[in-house]
Design a protein around this ligand. Structure first.
Ligand code: MLC
Ligand code: AMP
Length: 505
C-alpha cells in the first residue's frame, strides 16, 4: 500500500456516497464529499513547501474542515499535532517551539499572538475558524479535489500528542501509522462497529479519545457520526434517537443522568455506550443501568498507548474495572521499585506492550528511557491489579496527575507558577473530588514569613498563564504543608483533609 494510514481509514471510502458526518443543523457530509475536501486541503498544504515528516501544529475548533485537515496530513505524510483549544498563547509557545512545527493552523483570533512565535522558527501561520472560514480553506477551495497520497509505511510517524510529565514540561508522544491503525482495527472488532453505526461524537478532536478512538473506529468500520462541536446536553438529548452508539468521558454520563429527559425510552434503541479517559464511578455505572438498562462499557487507555484494555462486548461488563487487555496487548503488574512482575492479584505498576505503544517522546531520550523499557513495555504510571477473573482494576496513580472532566492537569505546572507569586513560600496542588468533573485542582499555599499572599491577584495571574481547565478552583493559605520524614509533601494527607470541599458544588 502506498500510504497505509490514508488508504485503510480514508482511501477505502473513495467515491462512496455513504454518510460520514451528520452535522447538528441536519446537513450530512458523505464520505466522497469529505475526501474531496481533504484532497483540496492536501493540495493547499503542498503549496506551503512542507516535507513529509514535518509537524503541523493545529489549534482549531472542531469542524468537518478540522477533521479533513487530519486526513490531509495523513495524505501528505505530515505529522498532525493537535492542541487543546483552551491553551493560552504562552502555553502554545512551548508546543510550537518544542515540536519545531513548520506550519501552525489556528483560529483567526489566535493569529496575532502566534505569528511572532512561529516566525522565530520560520514557520507559517494559517487560519481555520469554527465555521470553516480562514486562510487555509480560502486556499484549499481553489484546489482540485484529488490528491495522490504521499508514499508512507506503517513505521512512519503520523501524529505527535503532547502529554505532561510530573516535572511539568510536556512531552511529545510520537505515534506511528501502525500504532493508530492496529488500535482502530482492533477496537472495531472488539466493539462490533459496522457501517450501520452512527456514533454520537461530542468529544474534542485534539485528544486520543475523540480523535483516534472515536473517529478512527468510525472510519475503519465505514459507519457515520453525529459530529457535534462540543458536548451540549440539549444536543445530546435531541440527537440521541438518531445514534446507535456513544463514547464519552465520565462527565458526559453524569451530566446525562442529571437530566430528567434522559430516560430509558430515549436510549432503548442504542447499541453501545463506552466510557474512558478517567475513572467511571461504580455508582455512575449502576445509576446508568437503573435508568436505561444499558451497562456502560468501560475501557482504559492513554495518549502514549491508545487503548490498552476493554470490558467485553459480550460477557460481563464489570463496574469499577477496565476489563481485559485487548488482543495483542500484553499487560503486567510490576513492583514500582524493582520492576519485577508481581503475583496475580497484587497491586502494582501497570505496564503494557503491543503494537499500540508509541515510539518515545520527541527529542527526549532520557524521558523515553525512563518510561519505555528496552523490551517494549511502557510504564503507565497507573497503579492497578488483575483480579481472579482477569479483569484489570485501576486503583490509583503512581504519577502526580489530576483528571478533570477527562483533561489531564499536572500539579507541578501549577505549583511552579504559584511558587513564583509574591508572598508565596511554597505550594501544593491537589485534586479533590468534584461532582461534575470527577476531580478538580485546589492550590494550597504557605506564606513567606510575615507576608499575606493575595489569592485574588494570584488567581488572576494563573488565569492569564494557563488554560481554564487548569485553574485551581480554590486557593487556601496554610501555616505549613504536611511532610514525611524524608521531607516530601504528603499530598495524601492534604487530599483527605480537603476531600469534601466540593461535595455539593
Ligand atoms: C471545560 N472547562 C473545564 C473542563 N472543560 N474545567 C475543568 N475541567 C474540564 N474538563 C471549563 C470551561 O472552560 C468553563 O469555564 C467551565 O469549565 C465550565 O464549562 P462547561 O460548559 O461545563 O464546559 P464544557 O464545555 O461543558 O466542558 C466539559 C466537558 C469537556 C467535560 C464536556 O471538558 C470535555 O469534552 N471533556 C472531554 C475531554 C477528553 O476528550 N479527554 C480525553 C483525553 S484522551 P468558565 O470560565 O466558563 O467557567 C485520554 C486517553 C483515553 O485520556 O483513555 O481516552
Ligand atoms: P492521557 O495522558 O490524557 O492520555 O490520560 C491517560 C490517563 O487517563 C491514564 O494513564 C489513566 O490514569 C487515565 N485513564 C484513562 N482511562 C481510564 C479509565 N477507564 N479508568 C481510570 N483511569 C483512566
Amino acid at each position: 500500500m502506498a500510504n497505509p494510514l490514508y488508504d485503510r481509514l480514508f482511501g477505502i471510502h473513495a467515491g462512496k456516497d455513504t454518510p460520514f458526518l451528520h452535522l447538528p443543523d441536519g446537513q450530512t457530509i458523505t464520505h466522497a464529499a469529505f475526501l474531496d475536501l481533504a484532497a483540496q486541503i492536501a493540495n493547499a498544504l503542498t503549496g506551503y513547501e512542507l516535507e513529509p515528516g514535518e509537524r503541523v501544529a493545529v489549534q482549531v475548533e472542531k469542524s468537518p474542515e478540522a477533521l479533513a485537515l487530519v486526513a490531509a496530513c495523513a495524505q501528505t505524510g505530515l505529522i498532525f499535532l493537535p492542541l487543546n483549544t483552551g491553551y493560552t498563547t504562552s502555553e502554545l509557545r512551548y508546543f510550537i517551539e518544542n515540536s519545531g512545527a513548520k506550519l501552525v493552523v489556528c483560529d483567526a483570533s489566535k493569529k496575532d499572538g502566534l505569528t511572532p512565535i512561529a516566525a522565530a522558527q520560520n514557520a507559517r501561520v494559517e487560519t481555520l475558524n469554527a465555521d470553516g472560514s480562514g486562510s487555509l480553506m480560502r486556499r484549499a477551495l481553489g484546489m482540485l479535489p484529488a490528491f495522490e497520497p504521499v508514499k508512507r509505511t506503517e513505521d512512519d510517524l503520523a501524529a505527535f500528542l503532547y502529554t505532561s510529565g510530573t516535572t511539568g514540561r510536556s512531552k511529545g508522544a510520537m505515534l506511528t501509522q501502525a500504532n493508530l491503525l492496529s488500535n482502530a482495527e482492533t477496537l472495531v472488532q472488539e466493539w462490533r462497529f459496522t457501517r450501520d453505526d452512527v456514533l454520537l461524537h461530542a468529544l474534542p478532536i485534539f485528544h486520543t479519545h475523540g480523535l483516534f478512538v472515536a473517529t478512527n473506529v468510525v472510519l475503519a468500520s465505514g459507519g457515520s457520526m453525529i459530529f457535534l462541536p462540543k458536548f451540549e446536553l440539549d444536543d445530546m438529548i435531541r440527537l440521541m434517537p438518531q445514534a446507535t452508539s456513544m463514547m464519552g468521558v465520565p462527565t458526559f454520563y453524569t451530566r446525562l443522568l442529571s437530566d430528567a429527559r434522559f430516560t430509558g425510552d430515549l436510549t432503548r434503541h442504542m447499541r453501545l455506550f463506552i466510557s474512558g479517559s478517567a475513572p467511571l464511578l461504580a455508582e455512575t455505572h449502576e445509576r446508568f443501568e437503573d435508568r436505561t438498562g444499558h451497562r456502560i462499557l468501560e475501557r482504559y487507555g492513554m495518549t502514549e498507548t491508545n487503548m490498552n484494555t476493554s470490558n467485553p462486548y459480550d460477557g460481563e461488563r464489570r463496574a469499577g474495572t477496565v476489563g481485559f487487555p485487548l488482543p495483542d496487548v500484553e499487560l503486567k503488574v510490576t513492583d514500582p521499585d524493582s520492576g519485577e512482575t508481581l503475583p496475580q492479584g497484587e497491586i502494582g505498576m501497570i505496564e503494557v506492550r503491543g503494537p499500540n505503544v508509541f515510539q518515545g517522546y520527541w527529542q527526549m531520550p532520557e524521558k523515553t528511557a525512563a518510561e519505555l523499557r528496552e523490551d517494549g513495555f511502557f510504564i503507565t504510571g497507573d497503579l492497578g491489579r488483575v483480579d481472579e477473573d482477569g479483569y484489570v482494576h485501576i486503583v490509583g496513580r503512581g504519577k502526580d496527575l489530576i483528571i478533570s472532566g477527562g483533561y489531564n492537569i499536572y500539579p507541578k505546572e501549577i505549583e511552579l507558577l504559584l511558587d513564583d507569586q509574591p508572598g508565596v513560600l511554597e505550594s501544593a496542588v491537589i485534586g479533590v473530588p468534584h461532582l461534575d468533573f470527577g476531580e478538580t485542582p485546589v492550590g494550597l499555599l504557605v506564606a513567606e514569613p510575615g507576608q499575606t499572599p493575595n489569592t485574588d491577584v494570584i488567581l488572576s495571574k494563573v488565569q492569564d498563564a494557563l488554560a481554564r481547565f487548569k485553574h485551581p478552583r480554590k486557593l487556601i493559605v496554610l501555616d505549613a504543608l504536611p511532610r514525611n520524614t524524608m521531607g516530601k509533601v504528603q499530598k495524601n494527607v492534604l487530599r483527605e483533609e480537603f476531600k469534601d470541599l466540593f461535595k455539593r458544588d
